[in-house]
Design a protein around this ligand. Structure first.
Ligand code: ADP
Length: 244
């Protein structure tokens, strides 16, 4: 895709959304039969499957911790998940980094001390990528963990926000927007990945690319927290539905 002249015109984004509007959301708990817990999540055309196994024995054994479970999240983008060129299959620097930060974010809400010397394995597979994949992966993974019956202090609800360039009444503007799509992530001026435990009010992941002022950051955070609260309601509803 060529760089667009504007990403937002008179407060209307390329896909017609307003700055604080997220894409349509869908979450399904217990999406796979074989995993101990699983979930599917969709944010616009970003589509993700998460599967959880464990608590189970750790291999290799020396990776285990005497007083708690280890949380190993493996993020992967399927080679068919991106348009245009096929993504080279297998791990790369980006997926290793995302796996590490997602493991940390999920570990912050899992009661790991209840399962010493075990591993909780979380697999996040991106089957269609239209930006915000790590945050949609985290939203799905926390539902999959709850579906596996793993005790947690809260769910993780995660989203992205950022800053895009555009025009307002013909004048150039920079606008803060929530839930970035591929064009906004690619061409935007800044992007933030944000994971939140809504009940605890705790931030478990915060990554940023680009430049943003303090004021822009706080309005992005308030859009982001608002989106996470809506995600949270959807996450709880899908889990309740499964166990009704
Ligand atoms: P996130 O998906 O968490 O926002 P990035 O900012 O790294 O993470 O990636 C933004 C988007 O760029 C991805 O969601 C995907 O649409 C696209 N992308 C990332 N890596 C590749 C790749 N190797 N090939 C094609 N597109 C990619």
């Amino acid at each position: 895709m060529e760089k667009p002249q504007t990403l937002i015109t008179d407060n209307k984004r390329l896909d017609g959304r307003s700055p604080e509007e997220m894409r349509p959301l869908k979450i399904i708990a217990g999406y796979l039969e074989k995993a101990d817990g699983s979930a599917y999540a969709e944010c616009g055309s970003t589509k993700v499957v998460a599967a959880v196994y464990g608590p189970r024995d750790v291999h290799p054994k020396h990776d285990s911790e005497a007083d708690k479970a280890i949380v190993r999240c493996k993020y992967d983008m399927a080679s068919f998940s991106v348009d245009g060129e096929r993504k080279r299959p297998g791990p790369d620097r980006r997926s290793v980094e995302i796996s590490k930060v997602c493991s940390g974010a999920l570990e912050s809400v899992i009661m790991t001390h209840r399962f010493p010397k075990t591993a909780i394995d979380v697999f996040v597979e991106i089957i269609q990528a239209d930006a915000s994949t790590r945050v949609t992966g985290l939203t799905a993974a926390s539902v999959a963990l709850a579906d596996a019956g793993i005790p947690m202090t809260d769910l993780i609800s995660a989203c992205s926000f950022g800053k895009v360039y555009g025009t307002l009444n013909g004048e150039p503007v920079e606008t803060v927007v929530v839930d970035l799509d591929k064009a906004e992530d690619n061409w935007g001026l800044a992007d933030v990945a944000f994971a939140y435990a809504p009940n605890l009010g705790q931030i478990s992941l915060l990554q940023m690319d680009g430049r943003i002022t303090r004021e822009e950051f706080s309005s992005g955070m308030s859009y982001g927290i608002n989106m996470c609260k809506q995600l949270y309601e959807l996450q709880k509803a899908t889990l309740k539905k499964k166990y009704e």
